[in-house]
Write a protein that binds this ligand. Structure first.
Ligand SMILES: [Zn+2]
Length: 547
């Protein structure tokens, strides 16, 4: 799971119905599941960081497993791999400064002192100064009835935008519109974007936790023209301002930052933007290196002469955070981020579903792609690269099931299916789970903005209906998630010393197998629902289903 930064309170409601199971000879065992996770989370793999030897060994393991199941290589040039060209951007000796000047004088913040300056992937020595405009949440979306740029001229300016989205917006739509705020700013002619911490944001991602990632390099995939890919290439600079720095931006303005933040914390609170009286200067140095790291891809051809041209992609990220400093740790403390749950558990699920599908006596009708991605923790980059340069035509990819960090420390009795209710995928998920006596629950943590935080989102952006399941809050799940999020997630403690319930792993694999098979065997491919927001935004020409 990737760290992201979004906020809201809305609950998705999905019902359950009972239908019959797909026939199969299923054999999901706790031992096999454990064996995969134990290998992937071993210290020998050093946390599987993108571009590292440990990651490459993990990739070789996955390819070798695919091979043993009798799958076909699905990478480039007949190999198991799709090499992803990456640019790694690190800070130079000038780590980054933000100077704010205006009616209250001048204040300079260095990187990690209440500001985070994003190192530039396109300008090695950046020095840019411009006036500032506050743009509320910086959202412009007709369907959601939001236009934060109305009446504002931001040409040549930096925009200051609240992180997240107004309380009360559906969490998945909200997570999406918030994730594209730089693109919207660029369309209005802005040259920089600073996100401002909200009260809600502080609760979910306290500043200490933001700091934990402040020295991490930034990754982008490299375009065929050899430039680092950017969603908003005309946005030259940006970053994040913690409250004390954000307050100085509002010196002499018509409203204080505290006032604006209070309004934003109300239900549906969406403060209107206005020009600020301050200017901002951003200086930073960046160093770039080229790195290559593979996605691992396997194909299981479908056995239906017509449907075999269509593909269901089952994806899971293989990378994790590698070896790095742990805040507050002593010299001899563990520094290996093994990523047993995140995402050894997801890869184990991917491998088990691949094995079961390849060995099933009743072969899937559609073809299946099994995709282990790189650089997910760097911003869903391996999956974005695959979705831009798929090894089969993107129009033939009709559905995606993503696997990321199911929590397997308790006997789960419910699952949460992010994204399912936008398309007929919901129906297949309900059917598959009802045969296993597993309930389907609404998103229990909408404030986490999970929908844009894993690889399936990159398929959604290419118009492909997708779903991503995690274990739910029932039967001890809420407590288990609380403990995991409260200090294990993205720490060296996410290792094999956790109290895994390996039976839960086998059961999770079976659930995902049944869902994937239902998608692969259905006479019609998954369809976006009529009037669905994501279908309208990303697949406006695709066939629809009635809800
Ligand atoms: Zn993660």
């Amino acid at each position: 799971m990737r760290l992201r930064n979004l906020v809201v309170t809305f609950i998705l409601v999905v019902g359950c119905s009972a239908e019959e199971a797909p026939p199969s000879t299923l054999s999901f065992t706790p031992d096999r599941f454990r064996a995969h996770v134990a290998f992937l989370a071993d210290d020998l793999l050093e946390g599987r960081d993108t571009g590292s030897r440990g990651y490459d060994i993990a990739a070789r393991y996955v390819a070798s497993q695919f091979d043993s199941f009798g799958l076909k290589p699905g990478g480039t040039d007949g190999s198991w791999y799709q090499q992803v060209p990456l640019q790694r951007t690190t800070r130079g000796t000038e780590r980054g400064t933000v100077t704010i000047s205006g009616p209250a004088g001048e204040r300079r913040f260095t990187h990690a002192d209440n500001v985070l300056v994003r190192p530039s992937s396109r300008e090695a020595e950046l020095d840019v100064e411009a006036p500032l405009v506050f743009v509320g949440y910086g959202i412009e979306d007709q369907r959601l009835g939001l236009n934060d740029y109305q009446g504002l001229d931001v040409k040549g300016c930096f925009v200051a935008a609240l992180s997240g989205y107004p309380k009360g917006l559906p969490s998945e739509e909200g997570a999406h519109v918030s994730a594209i705020n730089a693109k919207v700013a660029q369309e209005h002619g802005a040259i920089g974007v600073f996100e401002l911490s909200t009260l809600q944001f502080e609760k979910v991602f306290p500043w200490d936790r933001m700091l934990q990632y402040s020295s991490d390099p930034k990754f982008d995939w490299v375009e065929p023209n050899d430039k680092a890919h950017a969603e908003a290439p005309l946005i030259r600079a940006g970053g994040f301002l913690n409250a004390p720095a954000a307050e100085t931006l509002f010196a002499g303005a018509e409203r204080s930052f505290a006032d604006v933040r209070q309004e934003a914390d109300q239900e549906k609170g969406a403060p209107r933007g206005f020009a600020l009286k301050t200017r901002i200067r951003v200086q930073s140095e960046a160093r770039w290196e080229r790195v290559t790291s593979p996605n691992v891809v396997a194909i299981l051809p479908g056995n239906d002469p017509v449907l075999a041209k269509e593909y269901i992609v089952l994806s899971a990220h293989l990378d994790h955070l590698g070896i790095k400093e742990v805040p507050g740790a002593k010299a001899d403390d563990d520094r290996i981020y093994n990523g047993a749950m995140d995402n050894g558990a997801g890869i184990a699920t991917l491998l088990e579903v691949a094995r079961a599908a390849a060995q099933a006596t009743d072969k899937p009708r559609r073809s299946m792609i099994f995709l282990a991605t790189t650089a997910e923790e760097k911003g869903l980059i391996g999956a974005d690269y695959y979705a831009h340069f798929p090894t089969v035509p993107i129009g033939q990819i009709v559905g995606n099931v993503d696997l990321d960090m199911p929590l397997l420390t308790y006997e789960f009795t419910d699952l949460v299916a992010f994204g399912a209710n936008h398309s007929t995928v919901a129906k297949y998920v309900e059917q598959a789970l009802s045969t296993m006596n597993v309930a389907l629950s609404p998103d229990p943590m909408p404030e986490q903005g999970i929908f844009t935080r894993s690889d399936h989102y990159q398929f959604v952006r290419q118009g492909v209906p997708a779903v991503f399941l995690i274990t739910g809050y029932a039967n001890g799940g809420e407590k288990a998630w609380g403990e995991f999020e409260g200090g294990v997630y993205h720490s060296p403690r996410d290792d094999m010393s956790q109290k895994f319930d390996w039976k839960a792993g086998a059961k999770f694999a079976e659930a995902n197998y049944r869902i994937t098979r239902a998608l692969a065997d259905s006479p019609t491919p998954p369809l976006w629902y009529e009037g669905d927001y994501f279908g309208d935004v990303f697949a406006s020409k695709a066939a629809r289903a009635q809800r």
